[in-house]
Design a protein around this ligand. Structure first.
Ligand code: 5GP
Ligand code: ZN
Length: 219
């Protein structure tokens, strides 16, 4: 438990059910976040014992390791996207049109393409992780979850406190190296989808996030 709670998944992934450990191999373990901050929230845990205790900014300074993590994140982004497609996509008008296009003999080329769910997934790390084992969040953009209960929960995924894996390696002068000085977690709330400001009104934000979730699912 506590800050070391992710260690057990890394050392003994085979002891967890598929509802917890999504998959594992020699180099990585992918799990469901126990306190998801979006409708889909996975964690990628690299198993390399020389990296797992490092801060992500330091771990990702090794270009070979970073490339390996990025490749695995890419796989996981596709897996997460297919899960969103399964959850929200299959009955949408767009998906139906796409299905029709796949089977029609000479489909018109102006049919809408299927929704690109890969773009609805964020992959990255927190500038100040709370858990000590190296982990990459793979999380849908909705921030719609009963477990999103505190100001910092929202802002840690909705400000530069969240550093996308694609932004690594970080430049030495990157301001995100100073997350406390920048005050990311204390910022006023801004809706991730429409950009509306909510000041420090968390309850209002939560109500709005539900409305946005409903629209986002069917968009
Ligand atoms: P951090 O803020 O360190 O980047 O995120 C750590 C994540 O680990 C959080 O999203 C938190 O919900 C998740 N977490 C904390 N403890 C456990 C645990 O014991 N099991 C699982 N599966 N996730 C956990
Ligand atoms: Zn909004």
């Amino acid at each position: 438990g506590g800050r070391d709670g992710l260690g057990a998944y890394i050392s003994k992934p085979e002891t967890f059910p598929p509802s917890v450990v999504v998959y594992y191999n020699d180099d990585f373990v992918t799990i469901h976040d126990m306190f998801p901050k979006s409708s889909l929230h996975l964690l990628l845990l690299p198993r390399d014992p020389t990296k797992t205790r490092l801060h992500p900014f330091e771990a990702f300074e090794d270009p070979e390791f970073l490339a390996k993590v990025k490749a695995e994140v890419q796989k996981l982004r596709h897996l997460a996207a297919s899960e969103l497609r399964r959850l929200y996509g299959k009955d949408s008008a767009q998906e139906q049109a796409r299905q029709a296009a796949l089977t029609a003999e000479s489909p018109p080329d102006d049919l809408p393409p299927g929704r690109e769910w890969e773009q609805e997934i964020m992959c990255g790390v927190h500038a100040v992780p709370s858990m000590s084992h190296l982990h990459v969040h793979v999380i849908s953009v909705d921030r719609y979850s009963e477990r999103l209960k505190h100001r910092k929960h929202y802002n840690s995924f909705a400000t530069p406190f969240f550093v996308p894996i694609g932004d690594f390696p970080l430049k030495p002068e990157d301001v995100r190296r100073h997350p406390t000085r920048e005050g990311y977690l204390k910022r006023d709330f801004v809706c991730w989808r429409c950009g509306r400001g909510f000041g420090n009104r968390f309850a209002e934000l939560k109500t709005h996030l539900e409305e946005e979730f409903i629209e986002w699912k069917k968009a």
